[in-house]
Write a new protein. Sequence first.
Length: 188
Amino acid sequence: MLTYKQRFIQFMVENEVLLFGDFTLKSGRKAPYFINAGKYRTGTQIAALGEYYAECFLAHNVDAKTLIGPAYKGIPLAVATAIALAKNHGVDVGFCFDRKEVKDHGEGGMFVGQKLEAGDKVAIIEDVMTSGKALREVLPKIRQEADVTVSAMIISVDRQEKGTGEKSAVQEAYDEFGVRVYSIVTVE
């Protein structure tokens, strides 16, 4: 029987999300493969993707009351993961996402969805980590909203890219912020 990691690789290839060739990444780095999460466009795809994230969440025993999906790509990922955890695994967690700017009317605030409260444990759900930029952008927003513990960040693929220094972006996330990053799969 295939593991969820093996099934996920097949899923990416079948949906033309994982492509092979010569690519220049957003960071300017060259790579022999490219992951285009923009190819996830259907309900069936996002439901399956949420299940892979849920399996990673459970495999690593992530302790979180709320999933945070950084705008914009992280939003559907956090929602799909929360649905998969509740529907398929009986684990009911909240979800929220950040706004690009603070809203001063209606509900107001920087986040939409589950309210973050002091003492909560949260997990960030994101597509990939290249340099750690998304984490660096969302962490101050989270910490400004409430004194929560970010127990983990879950990404689909760890490309083992270098961060801003010599360490990998994943290692920098832990060293700099104390955030453990778990991936569905790791490119070696």
